[in-house]
Design a protein. Structure first.
Length: 264
């Protein structure tokens, strides 16, 4: 199963991607966490020291060219070996640092995007293998169609009108790509907070309160694992996975992407 975590900046996407990956890995699943954000913070959230976090794949022009070519981009590059070969151990999961094409600075940005898209579209996973992608903030990347090959989308928001408006736009754009299996996670929500009437929000799967253990931890340590609230976090991740599993498997696939400008 391939999941992606999306939403406005700062709402908790990286934190929830790390929690989901760790939760699945502790259940014995083989998990690849894919950092597809410019900020590259998923490794730190998984407790890796800066020196143990590999350089992002998008910086490896040779690899990208060898897989997707230049100019005439291969739409079905070989990707099967990438997770195992290029990932590093991160807790019980593995981490693949892709980086975001927004941070690629011209050059082979389009090819790098093609590689991430291909990874999500063509990697064949068994039932017990999971890929969890921490996406770039906002909605722009959705126009590139990267998540068309993902099986489920976790849309994260704070209980704020702006966060929820971005969540609704993310949901609508993902649905246009055929990604209809979506859930909303309300992060840093106070008990009983009702959602405003914003059309198009995915169904709410879990509400996670501000966690004092994480607030106390994060001043000196970016890791979000092994918190005192682990039981509550696991219950929330279970709710997310159950809500995704409950949604129809046979979703329509109508991929529509913006054309990718050639860079070389
Ligand atoms: N439920 C929570 N309680 C307390 N702090 C949180 C919670 N969720 C996230 N945070 C903190 O908020 C900050 C932003 O979270 P992050 O996952 O990096 O957001 P994003 O990836 O969406 O930009 C981090 O410092 C994280 O530790
Ligand atoms: Mg992040």
């Amino acid at each position: 199963m391939k999941l992606a975590v999306a939403g406005k900046g700062g709402v908790g996407k990286t934190t929830i991607a790390a929690w989901l990956g760790d939760h699945l890995a502790r259940q014995g699943r083989e998990v690849w966490l894919v950092d597809a954000d410019t900020a590259l913070s998923l490794g730190a959230a998984m407790g890796l020291a800066p020196g143990d976090i590999p350089a992002p794949l998008i910086a490896d022009a040779d690899l990208i060219r060898s897989r997707v070519g230049t100019g005439m981009i291969s739409l079905t590059p070989e990707v099967a070996d990438l997770p195992e070969r290029l990932s590093v151990r991160a807790g019980l999961a593995r981490l693949l640092v892709m980086g975001s094409v927004a941070g690629a600075g011209g050059g082979c940005a389009c090819e790098a995007n093609a590689l991430l898209k291909a990874l999500l579209a063509h990697l064949v996973l068994t039932r017990d293998q999971w890929l969890v992608v921490d996406l770039e903030a906002g909605v722009e990347h959705l126009g590139r169609g990267t998540v068309a090959g993902v099986d489920g989308l976790v849309v994260v928001s704070e209980p704020s009108f702006r966060g929820l408006s971005v969540a609704a736009r993310v949901a609508a754009m993902a649905a246009e790509l055929g990604l209809d299996r979506q859930v909303l996670v309300l992060n840093r929500a106070l008990p009983g907070q009702a959602l405003p009437d914003i059309p198009g929000l995915p169904p709410l799967a879990a509400a996670i309160p501000p966690l004092p253990g994480l607030v106390a931890r994060q001043l000196g340590d970016p890791s979000v694992l092994g918190l005192p609230e682990q039981g509550d976090i696991d219950a929330a991740m279970d709710a997310v996975l159950t809500a995704l599993a409950a949604q129809s498997q046979d979703q329509p696939q109508h991929p529509r992407y913006a054309p990718c400008a050639m860079s070389s």
